[in-house]
Design a protein around this ligand. Structure first.
Ligand SMILES: *Cc1c(COP(=O)(O)O)cnc(C)c1O
Length: 386
C-alpha cells in the first residue's frame, strides 16, 4: 500500500485552526485574550520587543497567520479598519510623483482617500471605468506603480476578471492590488488570478458579526513588512480585543459564507420572478452580465445582491418601512440581513441622473443577505412588497 499523499488543509479547517495549533496538555482550546499593551522584555537586547502598535500582539499574530493561509499569501498584517488597511497598503507602494491607476467603482471612503489625501501627498491618481475594454493598458503610464480595484463591485455586484488585468500589471512590472471585501477568501482568492496584494475590510465577512472594525493586507513577507512599518508610524494597529473577536468570527467563516451564498441565490431567484421588482443584480443569476466570469473564477457568488423596485423611490421607502427581518443599516457581510439605499449612502453625492448613469437609479436597494432561513427572508420581502 502506497503512502497516502499529504493534502494541505481545506479552507474550512484553516479557518478554525491555523495560527493556534498548540496541543500541549492543559492549554485552553480557545486562545486567550492578551489584553495587555506591555510585555516583559529580555535584558540586554532590543530583539523581540512586543507592543500592539507594532503589529505583534499575540492575538493579532494569530489572526495574521490564519488570514494569510486563507488567502494563500506568504503573510498578512491586521489593522484597525479596512480604511487603515487600504491607506497603509497603498502608502507602502507609492511615493510622491508616482501614479496610481484605480477603478472608479470603489468604496466611497477609498475614493476620497485617493482623490484628497493621496493627491495632497503628490501622488497622481487616475480613476477609470473598469468595465471598459482595454482600459488598464490604455491608462498605464511610465510612473504608474500599481493598479487598484474592487471586485465584486459595490453596489451593482459587477464582477471583474482579474486575469487580463494581471497580464497588464505583470508586463509593466507593477502591483495589482485588489480589495476583495465583498468576496471573502471563501469565494475568491485573488492571488490565484495574478493579484499581488489583497485587502479586506475585516469588519465585513471576515468577522461577520457586526461588532468590530478591522482591516487586513495580504502579500509577500517583504511587502507586508513595509505595510506594518506604515501601520506602526501612522498608528493604525488594532486593539487586542478586536483581534480576539475576529479570531472567533473567522472560525465560522466557511459555514457562514456557504450559507450567505445559498441564501442570496434563493432570494435572488425569487426576486427575479416578481413584477414589483424591475431588476435583480446577482452574479449567480445567468442573466447577470458577469455570470460567466464569476462562474469561472469564484467558488461562490456571495451574499450581496441588489434589487430595483418598479415603483422607484416612493416604492423603496414604503418597502423599507415594512421590512421586519431585514434592517435598514449601512455596512454588510454579517450574520444579520441588512438593506441600504445607495442614494442616501455611498452615492449620496451624485444627482439622480448621475446615479442612473452609473446603474443606480432611484428605487435601487442593496441587500446584504444574512444567515437566517432563506424562506423567512423571502417571506419578509414578500410581505413588504404587498
Ligand atoms: C467597508 C469597506 C471598506 C472600509 O472598511 P472599514 O472597515 O469600514 O474601514 C473598504 N472597502 C470595502 C469594499 C468596504 O466594503
Amino acid at each position: 500500500m502506497g503512502a497516502r499523499k499529504q493534502r494541505s488543509p481545506d479552507l474550512a479547517t484553516i479557518a478554525v485552526h491555523t495560527g493556534a495549533e498548540q496541543r500541549d496538555s492543559d492549554l485552553p482550546v480557545v486562545p486567550p485574550l492578551y489584553q495587555s499593551v506591555n510585555f516583559i522584555q529580555d535584558v540586554g537586547t532590543g530583539e523581540g520587543l512586543r507592543y500592539p502598535r507594532y503589529g505583534n500582539a499575540p492575538n493579532a499574530e494569530l489572526v495574521q497567520a490564519r488570514i494569510a493561509a486563507l488567502e494563500g499569501a506568504e503573510s498578512s498584517v491586521l489593522l484597525a479598519s479596512g480604511q487603515g488597511a487600504t491607506a497603509c497598503a497603498l502608502m507602502a507602494l507609492l511615493r510622491p510623483g508616482d501614479h496610481l491607476l484605480a477603478s472608479a467603482f470603489i468604496y466611497g471612503g477609498t475614493s476620497q482617500l485617493l482623490t484628497t489625501e493621496f493627491t495632497a501627498l503628490g501622488i497622481d491618481v487616475t480613476l477609470v471605468n473598469p468595465l471598459e475594454t482595454r482600459v488598464w493598458r490604455t491608462h498605464v503610464r511610465k510612473h504608474t506603480r500599481a493598479i487598484f480595484l474592487e471586485t465584486p463591485i459595490n453596489p451593482t455586484c459587477r464582477v471583474l476578471d482579474l486575469r487580463p488585468v494581471s497580464y497588464v500589471t505583470k508586463e509593466a512590472g507593477i502591483a495589482l492590488v485588489v480589495d476583495s471585501t465583498f468576496a471573502s477568501p471563501i469565494n475568491l482568492r485573488p492571488l490565484e488570478y495574478g493579484a499581488d496584494v489583497v485587502i479586506h475590510s475585516a469588519t465585513k465577512y471576515l468577522n461577520g458579526h457586526h461588532d468590530i472594525l478591522g482591516g487586513v493586507v495580504c502579500g509577500t513577507s517583504s511587502y507586508t513588512d513595509e505595510v506594518r512599518q506604515k501601520m506602526k508610524l501612522w498608528g493604525q494597529a488594532p486593539d487586542p480585543f478586536a483581534a480576539w473577536l475576529l479570531e472567533r468570527g473567522l472560525k465560522t467563516l466557511d459555514v457562514r459564507v456557504q450559507r450567505h451564498n445559498e441564501n442570496a441565490m434563493r432570494v435572488a431567484e425569487w426576486c427575479a420572478e416578481r413584477k414589483e421588482i424591475r431588476r435583480v443584480h446577482y452574479p449567480g443569476l445567468p442573466s447577470h452580465p458577469d455570470h460567466q466570469i464569476a462562474s469561472e473564477t469564484m467558488s461562490g457568488f456571495g451574499g450581496m445582491m441588489a434589487i430595483e423596485l418598479t415603483g422607484g423611490a416612493r416604492a423603496a421607502e414604503r418597502f423599507l418601512k415594512k421590512l421586519k427581518l431585514f434592517r435598514h443599516a449601512p455596512s454588510l457581510g454579517g450574520v444579520d440581513s441588512l438593506v441600504s439605499e445607495p442614494r442616501f449612502t455611498s452615492h449620496a453625492h451624485l444627482t439622480p441622473a448621475e446615479r442612473a448613469a452609473v446603474g443606480i437609479p432611484d428605487g435601487f436597494l442593496r441587500l446584504s443577505i444574512g444567515i437566517e432561513s432563506a424562506a423567512d427572508l423571502i417571506d419578509d420581502i414578500e410581505q413588504a412588497l404587498r
